[in-house]
Each structure stands twice: as structure tokens, then as C-alpha cells.
Ligand binder design. Structure first.
Ligand SMILES: Nc1ncnc2c1ncn2[C@@H]1O[C@H](COP(=O)(O)OP(=O)(O)OP(=O)(O)O)[C@@H](O)[C@H]1O
Ligand SMILES: [Mg+2]
Length: 474
């Protein structure tokens, strides 16, 4: 029988995981996402289909070893989508068994919740008919199933976690705020990985979940190291060490050295085409099988796939020059690029770029072209800082991150970028620091358009700029 090897002292039969609600709890940095990542790696190796609601853009690295589609809005998505496309992707994932990471890290909370609601409602409705084994991972689940607040989103997440088994749906819920997660769901979880906690409120929750006396709970939990946890499933209660993820963990704790960009697998064209068909209604499921919430979509709304060649032109964020993304762009997004790409038509990603006036996009292109002519070390600085905004970095840190001699950063400071207001420099006791300030910079550069753009437009434009800048290193 297939087993999941999660660590030296923990191996689970795959059968025991089907339809299971697995909860992974612990404080920040205790190893929750790593443990979840290990479970997903093992499920993927067993060809078990799944979706992961990824709030921090941490799971794209699964593509190092597994064919996984990354959709949503974040730095590393293959296909950029908004809530209108959520249902179509969920359908393809469940029907065709395509593993999907739903990266919601770049969405505003309202858009994020709309996306996740649509996505999970579709999975729930369709699973009732298909009844196939399928796992749903949910990061930061206290935001979706908070204790003592009722929302439509909470209803669907709780329903899947509590009643998904009969439909084949299992869940892996992850949270650093044990005390804020809905108690009904936590107490019903059939399998728990309890990493270290320190706060009294979280310790109390552990006390309710573990069949031990309070002092024993406290002692056992306080002594847990990185990646160690108390594993609890029925009568089986023991301390275990989960192994480290074998694929790139996007949520790793930064060390003082440059990060190697992982080599990622490409998503097959058929999968992208299947999503497009589902989205457009061609070959889709019979009308009767479609969830009622699915909106009608206009076939005339056509986008084009962004190709590896566009990546090389540096129009989008992705360090290391690895051709991974097939993100979608609207024709308004970049008229020049659309004219030159002859890939298959794909989904329409609405919002963001689609709503920006053409004149604004042209000005953005001009600005990006100017910035792309800056020396390499400045482009690397912009790319790195744009991906890390709002954090400020000293020249020593920057030199290590962008793989550049610190002496060059000190002897040739990016004066033009500072004068433009794009970079902010400060001399502190720990050294000279740099920080990128995208919003004020964009507001100033597009001052004449601010009324027309409104705050949503400005937000979208800042996101465009961030993407363009993080792609400046190629
Ligand atoms: N079992 C493990 N073995 C080795 N390293 C680990 C292990 N678990 C976690 N780590 C490392 O510890 C760091 C923090 O782990 P992780 O991101 O999983 O924590 P987390 O609990 O999810 O934190 P957060 O609440 O901030 O999301 C990462 O760099 C990760 O690679
Ligand atoms: Mg985490």
C-alpha cells in the first residue's frame, strides 16, 4: 500500500489521509508550512490531486519536482487570474486531477476572499457528483475559518473540513493562531501536527486537543524544536520530527547569502488549454453539472499566453532566467507584446491591467524602458527591493542578496534612482540602507492620471510596476 514518508519516525498509509481533516498548528517559524509542504510533496508523488490556497506565495517551488499549475495573483503564478476564472480552474483541477496552487498573495483581501469562495464552492459542488479523492490545503486558515464570526466563506471551508470525507475531499489546514481558528473544525480534525506554541491561549487549545494533563502538555510543547511536533491521530499520540521539504520552500527564513532560484517544471499546454476551455464554456461539463454560482462569460474576451520569450524580454517578475511562466496579459496590458505573440488564445484575466487606460500603460512602458537602461547592479537593486518592499536593506545585505561587490554599491550609489524618488537611502548606525518606495514614485510619475485612475487603478499600476521592476535583471 502507498505510504507518505513525512519524516524518520512518521510514515502514514495514504488510505488514512483520504478525506481526512489534517490540522497543522504552531507559532511563526515553527515549521508548519514546511510540514504541510512535505505532506503535499508526498501526495503529489503518489499522484494524489490537490489544491493549495497559498496566502504567502510559498508553494510554487513544488514545481521543482511535480507538475503543478500555479494560478492567481502573486510573483510566481503561471496564469494570472481573478475570481471570475476561479470556478473554471477548480473544475479542471477536480475533473482532470490537475494539482493547483492558488496563489492569493497579491490580492487585496476582498478579492482574495471572493476568489477562494468561488473556488472552494465549485470544488464542493462538483465533488458531490464526482466523489474522487482530493486534498485541499489552506494556509492561514484562521483568516478563512475564524472563531465566532460567520461568513459565506467560513461556511464553505468549515463544510469541506467537517463533511468533505463523503465526497472524497480532505483538508490540510494551517494556522499560527490556534486560538483564533474555529473550534468546531479543530476539534473534529482527525489528524493533528502540533508544532511549538508559547502563548497561553494557544497552549490552552493544545490542552483541549491533547489527551494529557496541562503540565505535561506544556512541558512537551515547550521542548519542541524546528520541524518537531506532537502528532495526534486517534489513539496515536507522539512526538515526531518532520523532514525538510525536498522542493524549494518559498517561505524559507532568509539566510545571509544569495538565494538560488529553483528550476521549475513547465505546465503542459493541454492543461492550460483545458482551463481555457472550461473557462470559455467549450467542452465544459453539461449545464446541469455546473455550480449555480458560475457566471456567464463572453467568448470574445480573449487573452494571450505570455511565452518564455516575453520572460526573456524582462516584462515580468522572475529571477534567475528560468522559463516558467505562462501568465496571461490583456491586450490593453501591453499592446506591443500582444501583437508579437502568436500563442493560443487563453483566459481573460480581468481587473488590474485590463482597466488601466492605454495612455497610462504607454507611459509605464516608457518609464520601464528608461529604468531598464540603468547599470546591472542598479537593476538588480531595483528588482530585489521591489520584490521585498517595504523592507530596507543595508549595502552589506544587498551585496549578498544581489550577488554584487559591496564596494560597487558604495562607490557608485544609484543617485538617479534616489533623485527620482524610487529608492530611499538612509544612513543608520548599522550602515547605509536602501528601500524602494513604489507607491509614492508611481503617484508622482503619473500625477496627471491620478483622478482618472482612482485608488484601485493606482494599486493596479503599482502592481504592474513592481512586476516590471522585478523582471529588470534579465
Ligand atoms: N523539518 C524541518 N527541517 C529543517 N528545516 C525546517 C523544518 N521545518 C522548517 N524548517 C525551516 O524553518 C524555517 C521556518 O519554517 P516554516 O516556513 O515552515 O515555518 P512556519 O511555521 O510556516 O512559519 P510562518 O508562521 O512564518 O509561516 C524555514 O526556513 C524552513 O525551511
Ligand atoms: Mg508558514
Amino acid at each position: 500500500m502507498r505510504t507518505l514518508k513525512l519524516g524518520p519516525d512518521i510514515t502514514l498509509p495514504l488510505d488514512e489521509v483520504i478525506g481526512q481533516c489534517v490540522a497543522i498548528l504552531g507559532i511563526r517559524g515553527s515549521g508548519k508550512s514546511n510540514s504541510a509542504g512535505v505532506i503535499f510533496e508526498e501526495l503529489l508523488a503518489a499522484r494524489y490531486p490537490l489544491s493549495i490556497i497559498d496566502t504567502d506565495g510559498e508553494y510554487f517551488g513544488l514545481k521543482e519536482k511535480h507538475e503543478v499549475l500555479v494560478v492567481g495573483d502573486g510573483e510566481n503564478v503561471d496564469v494570472e487570474l481573478d475570481a471570475e476564472a476561479a470556478s473554471g480552474v477548480a473544475e479542471v483541477s477536480l475533473r482532470e486531477g490537475v494539482p493547483v496552487v492558488v496563489d492569493v498573495s497579491g490580492m487585496l483581501s476582498e478579492d482574495r476572499d471572493a476568489f477562494v469562495l468561488e473556488y472552494l464552492s465549485t470544488l464542493w459542488a462538483l465533488a458531490g457528483r464526482l466523489r474522487k479523492p482530493y486534498m485541499i490545503g489552506i494556509e492561514e486558515c484562521h483568516e478563512f475559518i475564524p472563531q465566532s464570526v460567520r461568513t459565506a466563506l467560513k461556511d464553505v471551508v468549515a463544510r469541506i473540513a467537517l463533511r468533505g470525507r463523503k465526497r472524497g475531499l480532505g483538508t490540510v489546514i494551517i494556522s499560527q493562531r490556534s486560538a483564533k481558528v474555529d473550534k468546531d473544525v479543530l476539534t473534529q480534525a482527525g489528524m493533528l501536527f502540533l508544532h511549538r506554541v508559547v502563548h497561553e491561549a494557544d497552549m490552552r487549545v493544545y490542552g483541549e486537543l491533547l489527551p494529557w494533563r496541562k503540565p505535561e502538555v506544556k512541558e512537551a510543547v515547550a521542548g519542541l524544536g524546528l520541524g518537531e511536533c506532537i502528532f495526534l491521530a486517534g489513539q496515536d499520540v507522539r512526538k515526531v520530527q518532520v523532514r525538510k521539504r525536498s522542493t524549494f520552500h518559498g517561505g524559507f527564513t532568509p539566510a545571509f547569502q544569495p538565494v538560488e532560484t529553483p528550476k521549475l517544471l513547465q505546465v503542459r499546454e493541454e492543461i492550460l488549454a483545458a482551463i481555457q476551455r472550461a473557462y470559455e464554456g467549450e467542452d465544459g461539463p453539461p449545464e446541469a453539472e455546473r455550480p449555480a454560482s458560475r457566471p456567464n462569460r463572453a467568448r470574445s474576451q480573449v487573452l494571450r499566453l505570455r511565452t518564455a520569450r516575453d520572460e526573456a524580454e524582462g516584462t515580468r517578475a522572475q529571477g534567475g532566467g528560468v522559463a516558467v511562466s505562462h501568465a496571461l496579459i490583456t491586450e490593453e496590458d501591453d499592446p506591443e507584446m500582444c501583437a508579437s505573440v502568436s500563442g493560443p488564445p487563453a483566459l481573460r484575466a480581468r481587473g488590474n491591467g485590463g482597466q488601466l487606460p492605454e495612455e497610462v500603460l504607454r507611459q509605464k512602458e516608457r518609464l520601464v524602458r528608461r529604468l531598464s537602461r540603468r547599470p546591472l547592479h542598479e537593476r538588480r537593486m531595483m528588482a530585489f527591493l521591489a520584490s521585498r518592499e517595504p523592507r530596507a536593506y543595508t549595502t552589506t545585505e544587498l551585496a549578498a542578496w544581489i550577488d554584487c561587490a559591496e564596494a560597487a554599491l558604495i562607490s557608485e550609489p544609484p543617485m538617479d534612482l534616489i533623485e527620482l524618488g524610487l529608492l530611499h537611502r538612509e544612513r543608520l548606525a548599522r550602515g547605509t540602507t536602501y528601500q524602494i518606495r513604489l507607491r509614492p514614485f508611481v503617484s508622482e510619475a503619473f500625477e496627471g492620471f491620478l483622478d482618472e485612475l482612482g485608488s484601485d487603478g493606482l494599486h493596479s499600476l503599482v502592481k504592474h510596476m513592481r512586476r516590471a521592476l522585478t523582471g529588470l535583471t534579465s
